[in-house]
Design a protein around this ligand. Structure first.
Ligand code: AMP
Ligand code: ZN
Length: 113
């Protein structure tokens, strides 16, 4: 199974790493939509939110802890930031390995397109 984000996590494809721990890997989005645009992924391959299992609950919570940490480091925790997970094509998911988009550093409009 060829998965771009598994390859980035495993160092087989280039990526600008922001954070790594036992469970999670975060890197800069290659086409940033905001001054801060980081993708926070589980190291474990899960295709989308539709595929999460009860055993993944702690892992998913951990991803949000990583988002909080990076937001603090990037100075966007106070001003505000957005965390989103596009799920399936209708929502714009283009890479089938769960990732949280962490966006900030500019005013963010709502609702998104
Ligand atoms: P999504 O459309 O929600 O699946 O998000 C996929 C994201 O991955 C997009 O924002 C892309 O810009 C980003 N992306 C695609 N290829 C790469 C890559 N090689 N390195 C970093 N980010 C990428
Ligand atoms: Zn993967």
């Amino acid at each position: 199974m060829a998965c771009l984000f598994c390859n980035i996590i495993q160092g087989k494809s280039p990526g600008r790493k922001v954070h790594e721990d036992d469970l999670a890997y975060a890197f800069e989005d290659i086409h940033p939509q905001a001054p801060t645009h980081i993708l926070v992924c589980p190291k474990k391959h899960i295709a989308s939110l539709n595929d999460i299992q009860p055993d993944d609950t702690e892992l998913l919570g951990h991803l949000f802890q990583v988002c909080k940490k990076i937001a603090q480091e990037r100075g966007i925790a106070g001003p505000g930031y957005r965390v989103v997970a596009n799920t399936n094509r209708g929502a714009g998911q283009s890479v089938c390995h769960i990732h949280l988009h962490l966006l900030g550093g500019r005013p963010l409009q709502w609702p998104p397109g």
